[in-house]
Design a protein. Structure first.
Lengths: 352, 352
DNA sequence: TTATTTTTTGACACCGGTATCATAAAATAA
DNA sequence: TTATTTTATGATACCGGTGTCAAAAAATAA
């Protein structure tokens, strides 16, 4: 019934260690031997037992994906990207949702690592941005890859002496994307552009805000605190944000709202409906992320496309390249992604 | 650094087998011994190594969740529900997205089971409804739990002689829910109610359709094929469905559309906007599932609430109850869930 | 050809638990 | 109290691989 490495060895007429070498693609196995073994593997349909490998080996064949993010689309994309890489490498994925609020989250993560003997971890924001988590992982001596908002400029991480290494990060350049999308609005003639931010604890929030500010500056538009609504990355926050920004019959004269993400934008859209404001005729609204969401609102959202599953796949690549010998070529790993603007129907020329 | 069962045994002054008994809650351990061991476990912060347990034991400490469903909200809920139970029981979860189209999906699932020595599987629709999958699992002799649309009536599964057992299913009574939601519309005075269906391969589609039909019948409304649009469980299908149903300036005189799920309903909403139809004044639209989605449309969707994470948690319970001794009390397991109507703003009295 | 180096292969001890079955201790019966 | 039954505990052989290191084979040098 179940085929073990010994069966394969016998079938191929070699020792089990040789089979082990073959399935692990270790060097110094003669081509001929390799072929014979692979043949046997195929004929018997051998599947190495993960538990045994994990137990015997120094590093296990499983990595973890830790997230604290309520955005289902985002999470699914992350999972799928990492998963596809895992499959490629014959690894298992242990998913671990958690909530930052939880006081024993750290303990929980540590427990998970120990129990499953994880070879590494992929961390998504905002967890990836929390120093105490990083510190814990460093102390544990486990390798990990962080998904981060920002650019890959070492100087920026000025965490002084004990500087957190930045060769294990995948960056999403939210700054550039926000700049681009703001510029898009400016080019449409908008002069009073508001920004409905996401959670302050996400670095992406400040990155996107900076890009927005810089774009305004570069186009000689003045920045105004009152045009920034500090909320969270949620639909509800988008609703509240829009209401707040457009209060008193839009006394600020806002003609465009940049949403911190698609959900915020959708919320703003919703609020606009409540207030009887026509989109995009009276008000332009743009999102961020290009989740399926953005195609299901009315009107469809202009947004910045972020290829989450690709990003997470590269995160996994990076992790594997550090974990085992660099089986996957480091050269193929992209470490900085810049979302690109996707123009749909929620933005249009500024009203007269 | 890492604590093994032997360390605990030494610390507690017992044999490692006794420790094993304690952590597995096996009977016949004296209370006193139990306490001593638990004390040691705590003091050393011992975490049993999953790989070792999987390898040594007859059944492993991991279950799998297999799904082929593009609905992110649904999947996340499923995962979280199962995961919470796994945590409780000290199991790992291996997630496995797959696509029914894939010809070697069966092989893939078999491989996964073998590699990870899974103790069991939770199957979500539509996979849970595919006979060849079930057959394969039966042949493999692996235990599994199916999430199914329907009621727990043995007679219904008339798969003849080799009758598939139905003591390993969790049912969602879509029939009853559809009946209820249709009745809601009827009571609002609607007489021409259309139904935009989901995928034919989902049993939920036929269940919901039956409920809809029965409600019409019980209220002396005639059923009409032309009022049923056969689509898929997607936003786009909702758009197309509504367009098709309301064609020629709504020649059929439809006053309400029942969406097969929330996405379809959202799509129908979208289409209505395109056609300048006011919701709910001119047309009522209802969804199904109560995903976060349904609260983020304009107007918010009347729908049938389905507690996916609770459902999947019970699926996991059921699986565990079959896998190991019934540590969790079977009595606590709910095997049939009936979604309940949630009334929001997308439905209203039928227009004159 | 033989000696030497390098490459390929294999024997065997683990990894950290669980399963089995024998043994010791406690409970009950005589 | 002693014999008998029941219950709690321990000794030890695995589970299916990987890591180490030594032996065998092949390649190269002498």
């Amino acid at each position: 019934m179940k085929v073990t490495i010994n069966d394969v060895a016998k079938h191929a007429g070699v020792s089990m260690k040789t089979v082990s070498r073959v399935i692990n693609k270790e060097p110094s196995v003669r081509k001929k031997t390799y072929d014979i073994v692979m043949q046997a593997v195929k004929e018997l349909n051998y599947q190495p037992n993960t538990a045994a490998r994990n137990l015997a080996g120094t590093s296990s064949f499983a990595i973890g994906l830790v997230y604290d993010n309520p955005n289902a689309y985002y999470i699914i994309d992350m999972q799928n990207g990492v998963l596809s890489r895992c499959k490629e490498e014959g690894y298992e994925l242990v998913i671990h949702p958690c909530s930052a609020g939880d006081p024993d989250m750290q303990q929980e993560i540590a427990t998970m690592i120990q129990r499953s003997r994880l070879a590494g971890l992929v961390l998504t924001p905002p967890l990836s941005e929390q120093k105490h988590i990083i510190k814990m992982l460093d102390d544990l001596g486990i390798s990990y890859v962080r998904l981060l908002s920002g650019q890959n400029t070492p100087s920026e991480e000025n965490e002084s002496k004990e500087s957190i290494k930045n060769n294990n990060c995948i960056y999403v350049d939210d700054y550039a994307a926000a700049y681009e999308i703001t510029e898009h609005l400016i080019k449409l003639g908008h002069k009073t552009i508001a920004f409905a931010c996401g959670d302050a604890e996400h670095k992406s929030t400040t990155e996107r805000l900076s890009g927005y500010k810089q774009a305004l500056k570069d186009h000689n538009l003045s920045y105004n605190d009152s045009l920034v609504y500090e909320g969270t990355y949620s639909f509800e926050s988008g609703v509240e944000g829009a209401k707040s920004l457009l209060k008193n019959n839009n006394e600020s004269g806002i003609t465009a709202i940049l949403g911190g993400n698609d959900e915020i934008a959708a919320g703003a859209l919703f609020a606009s409906r409540l207030m009887n404001i026509a989109i995009p005729e009276q008000l332009s609204i743009s999102g961020f992320e290009d989740s399926p969401f953005s195609r299901q609102t009315w009107p469809k959202l202009t947004t910045a496309h972020q290829a989450n599953s690709v990003i997470s796949e590269h995160a996994a690549r990076l992790l594997f390249s550090k974990t085992r010998g660099s089986r996957s070529h480091d050269k193929d790993i992209i470490t900085t992604f810049t979302p690109s603007v996707v123009i749909r129907e929620s933005t249009g020329p500024a009203p007269k």
